[in-house]
Design a protein around this ligand. Structure first.
Ligand code: Q0Z
Length: 322
């Protein structure tokens, strides 16, 4: 799932909080605000050259992360594919929830992979919904028989489907740290009972709607993280939505509970990094090596395949450099 931002000029940031891989571009007319692992955030400058406080430019890079590292090899078109996927989902969800999108008219250098958005007061909660048991939910279930404090029946296993999506919120941890699970009572204390109930309802509905659409097209969305802003006391869907970076995508035809499911998008990356061919030891703490061209190309093809399956549209890059 996607990452909280890191200040762009924090000389005291621990190493590891600073993203590796290609850096955020300098954009004329914009001030760089933050960079997350794979995305960059800017504020447009006003006529006086000051950063505006009402808008943000959200830029998806071609950076890819694996095993908590940002790899030094970008995946061509990844930023554009994920940006267009988010925009497509915002449309699919427009009857459920308003969103932050203002315009896709952005600087040429980031055309196709950037969106101008309304700058909102963000809920201080990572809103996560899970439709399938895996990851952190599975760890909690194995320890206590619960997921996010809810008692579940015995006999569930890695990859089991829930009857309906569960709301499993977490804290927004600083970059480089892992989000911690939050109880629903903690969410209520943080944002009030009314916004908490609406966030829970919307998050689970977004994942349910996502799966109605995606599963008909061969993709399972096992879980997802969404971010909400608040505007005039109403929740607004912000950030990215139902992308492989904010969600676990699984190939539906290979779903088989009882073991970890292959990742739709990162399977080739993980498989190669863990293979002897990479020469990398995950336990070493060392940064992983650059990906070979065939792994990169097959990974690019998986992102494009996800976009084309979901939307039914052919991916034609519209972005910069063409
Ligand atoms: C999103 C993020 C990063 C991209 C802040 N509409 C909004 N209003 C206020 N804040 C945000 C948004 Cl989307 C916001 N993020 C996450 C970090 C690049 C997105 F470095 N952080």
């Amino acid at each position: 799932m996607a990452d909280a931002p890191t200040p762009s000029s924090d000389a005291s940031a621990p190493s590891g909080a600073v993203p590796a891989g290609p850096a955020a571009p300098v954009l004329d007319g914009y001030a760089h605000v933050y960079s997350g692992k794979v995305r960059d955030l800017y504020a447009p400058l006003d006529d006086a050259g000051a950063p505006r406080d009402d808008l943000l430019l959200l830029v998806a890079s071609d950076r890819i992360s694996a095993f908590d590292f940002v790899l030094d090899t970008p995946v061509p078109d990844k930023g554009e594919v994920l940006t267009r996927m988010s925009l497509w989902w915002f449309e699919q969800l427009a009857d459920l929830v308003p969103n932050h999108v203002v315009s896709t008219d952005v600087p040429d250098a980031v055309r196709g992979r950037a969106v101008l958005v309304r700058r909102l007061e963000m809920l201080p909660v990572e809103c996560v919904a899970r439709a399938y048991l895996t990851g952190g939910g599975l760890r909690e279930y194995r320890a206590d028989g619960t997921v996010s404090g809810l008692t579940l029946p015995e006999g569930l296993t890695d990859g089991s489907r829930f009857p309906e999506p569960l709301f499993t919120p977490s804290t927004k941890a600083p970059e480089g740290q892992h989000d911690e699970p939050m109880s629903y009572a903690e969410v209520e204390a943080a944002v009030g009972p009314s916004l908490a109930a609406r966030a829970r309802d919307l998050t689970t509905r977004i994942l349910a709607r996502g799966n109605e659409i995606a599963q008909a097209r061969g993709i399972i969305v096992a879980d997802t993280k969404v971010e909400f802003g608040v505007e005039a006391d109403e929740l607004v869907l912000a950030d990215e939505v139902l992308t492989p970076d904010s969600s676990r995508f699984w190939p539906a035809d290979q779903w088989e509970p009882g073991h970890p499911q292959p990742s739709f998008d990162k399977e080739f990356v993980r498989e190669w990094l863990l293979s002897r061919a990479s020469g990398w030891d995950k336990a070493s703490g060392e940064a992983p090596p650059s990906l070979p061209d065939d792994v990169l190309e097959r990974t690019r093809a998986k992102y494009v395949e996800a976009y084309e399956r979901l939307t039914g549209e052919t991916f034609r890059p519209r972005g910069a450099d063409r």
